[in-house]
Ligand binder design. Structure first.
Ligand code: NAD
Length: 510
């Protein structure tokens, strides 16, 4: 059977418009692989403007009634949704492993982080509260109330099929908005299952909608006049495109981009614990995380010991298929393109003066997209291995003389997502925390990714916009404020009946 025939025989991932799941209408389709087997398991319909328009119109039609639903009732839908996700936890995690390839433990961690975003959204009656000040002027009270913004859109990457959509729509919907999700066409199945459970939780039709697709669907969303806000997570070039196009069309946009994260190991660090953390950071989820450690910066004389220990540790990791059980420590990459990209970076190492100390291609094999962990030593700052997002299980090692040199490497980085230091020296840790050029900092923590209650504060080319995803900033992003000044006059509300008003004419013009 040819691969084309196999793809045509796979089920089509449905999209959701106004409470109805649809399967027909798209003219193009993209493959959804099981990365463990290398075989397609579904087709993502690549929706165009017509399907996008139907979804946005359904969301726009549902918004007034949903926005007028009391916040406490909206929160109750989120409580029900939280219970459904918890009840289907194992199924959701298995689905992430099936379409993405990460290990089941990694998928469970992902679903847990997503569940916490729903728990956060359950607090919306507290989180949406405004501000008041009595007597901001004589007899005048001021209050600020948060209103929904309207139709919100979420565009998500392949690497967290469950969690990243949950970074967006629970908060948006709890705030009284309606939503159109455009998940990654590489991993649409988790989004579909999340949508089914949300409908089961009692959400009215049209409040949550899904379209699948690529650039055509994204651009139709970014330019649709009924869309008010766009949340995006993905690579930096697309984040920039989404930010620029969305804002040019009058939308508020938060767009999280790619990353190149540094892990700085000081000479006094506990080598064994640091290596464990570095390995988990660089090779967890096969390096396909925006917070994955990508550059180890070995400070002082510890470079040789660090590289030896890293290679020994990484070499013990078992890379292999993850779907259907197995004992792999590290799963496959998302698709054949990702495997080829890793090969290209390893190939270029010698010409850049670097040494491939551990070559993960030795562990490649089978039908799936498996590549083992790689360590590239003596990488030169400024070379592609040091500056470009590789997005796979490759850890570049740069050697520096001191912390100042390590901080300078951060200053030269175009990205600014995460960075960690490993040390026993509080002064060095404090210098690092305050001065390293990134928005999320770890001190003896390999993956300093904030949880639901804190904002995901990428800097530089890792984020375009003002208000970040997660935490209270996500409430602010998904609401607009209305400020009301109120003055009540004594008596029947007639200004002339108020002696204070009559005696101070200047008040009338204030
Ligand atoms: P991607 O940028 O290729 O795709 C992200 C989304 O954009 C998808 O929904 C895709 O359909 C859409 N898209 C792709 N090409 C487009 C185009 N030309 N025009 C309009 N839309 C387009 O990213 P990916 O490969 O799916 O995900 C990996 C990337 O996401 C990495 O760069 C990673 O660092 C980043 N990421 C960042 C964060 C963060 O919080 N900063 C979190 C997770 C992933």
């Amino acid at each position: 059977m040819s691969s084309t025939t196999a793809l045509n025989e796979t089920p089509v991932a449905p999209w959701l418009v106004g409470g109805v799941w649809r399967r027909s209408g798209a003219e193009r389709f993209g493959p959804v692989y099981n990365p463990s087997t290398g075989r397609p398991i579904a087709r993502a319909p690549l929706c165009g403007p017509e399907q996008v328009n139907a979804a946005v119109e359904a969301a726009a039609a549902a918004q007034p009634a949903w926005g007028a639903t009391p916040a406490v009732q909206r929160a109750r839908v989120m409580f029900a949704y939280r219970e459904l996700i918890a009840a289907h936890f194992d199924e959701l995690a298995a689905l992430v492993t099936r379409e993405h390839g990460k290990t089941l433990a990694e998928s469970q961690a992902e679903v847990q982080r997503g569940l916490e975003m729903v728990e956060f959204a359950c607090s919306v009656p507290s989180l949406m509260k405004g501000e008041t000040l009595a007597d901001i002027a004589r007899d005048v009270d001021a209050e600020t109330v948060r209103h929904p913004v309207g139709v919100c859109v979420g565009i998500t990457p392949f690497n967290f099929p469950n969690m990243v959509p949950l970074w967006m729509f629970p908060t948006a919907i709890a705030c009284g908005n309606t939503f159109v999700l455009k998940p990654s066409e590489k991993v649409p199945l988790s989004a579909v299952r999340l949508g089914e459970l949300l409908m089961e939780a009692g959400l009215p039709d049209g409040v949550f909608n899904i379209v699948h697709g690529d650039k055509a669907a994204v651009d139709a969303l970014l330019t649709h006049e009924q869309v008010s806000a766009v949340s995006f997570v993905g690579s930096t070039p697309i984040a920039r495109h989404v930010y620029e196009t969305g804002t040019q069309h009058g939308k508020r946009v938060q767009a999280a981009g790619g990353a190149k994260n540094h892990l700085v190991i000081m000479p006094d660090a506990n080598l064994e614990l640091s290596v464990q953390a570095l390995s988990g950071s660089a090779f967890g989820c096969a390096g396909q995380r925006c917070m994955a450690g990508s550059v180890a910066v070995a400070v002082g004389d510890m470079g040789d010991a660090l590289v030896d220990a890293l290679c020994a540790h990484a070499d013990r990791l078992k890379a292999g298929p993850t779907d259907g059980g197995g004992d792999a420590d590290m799963g496959p990459l998302i698709n054949p393109d990702a495997v080829a990209r890793i090969g290209r970076y390893l190939e270029m190492a010698p010409a850049q003066g670097a040494t491939v100390a551990l070559d993960g291609r030795a562990k490649a094999g089978g039908d799936g997209f498996v590549v083992g962990p790689s360590v590239v030593d003596r990488v030169g700052p400024g070379t592609p291995l040091a500056t470009e997002e590789i997005f796979g299980p490759v850890l570049s090692v740069i050697r520096t003389d001191d912390l100042e040199e390590a901080l300078a490497i951060g200053d030269g980085c175009a990205y600014g997502n995460g960075a960690s230091i490993f040390t026993r020296d509080g002064y060095a840790a404090r210098q690092f925390k305050h001065r390293f050029n990134a928005g999320m900092i770890g001190i003896n923590v390999g993956v300093p990714a904030p949880m639901a209650w804190f904002p995901f504060t990428g800097w530089n080319r890792s984020f375009f916009g003002d208000l970040h995803l997660q935490g209270v900033e996500s409430i602010h992003f998904h609401t607009r404020q209305k400020t009301t000044l109120t003055r009540w006059f004594k008596g029947a509300g007639d200004a002339s009946a108020d002696p204070v008003w009559r005696s101070r004419p200047g008040l009338q013009s204030r």
